[in-house]
Design a binder for this molecule. Structure first.
Ligand code: 6GU
Length: 286
């Protein structure tokens, strides 16, 4: 997977050369390129933003600077502008940035199917606090992409015509928020999404099974049960006896029950979203 990140603070991403990310690059699983948006400015002040049309506080990132940058980075991957009036809607991937919950309720069965063309199209991601929430489902889908570009906005955001335009050029453009709080720019959100996506690339993590069992994964996403290690008693607090019983059936049932009860307490919205047909009899009692 090739990853490009455009930001006015590209140094922010220097940490990507450390740890698992660095190893994945060394192994050839990933290729990360960071770019300074100001490199595409022509004025002495290297300005990337301007006042909002219609008035209001703050500054908005200029489309002209972004387009010079993105035209260059996307280059050959851009579809000709003259076919632009018919955007490709044949694939099932979410080009419109709609929340994927609608899609989930319609078809709660399988993870989104990745068609060959969808995987080959570059995906351009703009972090945006006013966009649909980025979920594990999005991370899974994007882990199959060949090429991701992140466009980190600052200030009050970026001109809305930027994502609109690149959709017409055949790019799979996404806008995502990472949560209901406001950050100063897209850099932190980009790191969060990148980590969620890249750890799902086969070979990135040592232990593939640990990915399968964790929270938010699969069709019936629950918070994970709690974990314990030895000793069985520590500072007067005992590990639940059933976990020491050696009875794998009982252990599995105990963990499943705990996952259901904890999810119900902490994230009732996830229980609402469960597909009831996938619950067994014992689950329903819990
Ligand atoms: Cl994607 N960007 C910013 N600036 N703030 C956020 C966010 C993104 N997601 C949540 N808050």
């Amino acid at each position: 997977m090739r990853i490009d990140i455009v930001s006015v603070f590209p140094e922010y991403f220097d940490v990507l050369n450390l740890s698992l990310f660095g190893k994945a690059q060394a192994k050839g699983l990933l290729e990360v390129h960071t770019h300074n948006l100001r490199d595409w400015t022509h004025d002495v002040h290297h300005s990337v933003d301007d006042t909002p049309v219609g008035g209001g506080a703050g500054m908005v990132m200029k489309p002209v600077v972004w387009s010079e940058c993105l035209d260059e980075l996307l280059g050959a991957d851009l579809r000709e502008p003259d076919t632009a009036d018919e955007p490709d809607t044949s694939d099932t991937s979410d080009t419109g940035g709609e929340p994927d919950t609608a899609d989930e309720s319609a078809e709660p069965t399988e993870a989104p199917e990745i068609t060959e063309t969808a995987a080959k199209r570059p995906v351009l991601i703009f972090p945006n606090p006013s966009a649909p929430l980025f979920t594990q489902r999005d991370a899974t889908e994007l882990s199959h992409a060949d090429r991701l570009l992140f466009g980190c906005g600052r200030y009050e955001g970026y001109d809305a015509r930027i994502p609109e335009y690149y959709r017409t050029r055949g790019v799979d453009v996404r806008e995502y928020s990472i949560g209901d709080y406001v950050l100063n720019g897209g850099e932190v959100a980009t790191s969060v999404m990148l980590e969620a996506i890249t750890r799902l690339i086969p070979g990135f993590m040592g232990n593939a099974e640990s990915i399968v069992e964790e929270s938010y994964t699969g069709d019936n996403a629950l918070l994970e049960h709690r974990q314990y290690t030895k000793p069985a008693e520590w500072r007067g607090i005992r590990v639940p006896d059933v976990l020491l019983s050696g009875d794998h059936g009982k252990v599995d049932r105990f963990r499943r029950d705990e996952a259901l009860t904890r999810t119900n307490e902490i994230r009732p919205d996830l229980i609402e979203a469960l597909d009831c047909r996938k619950l067994d009899k014992a689950d329903r009692k819990t």
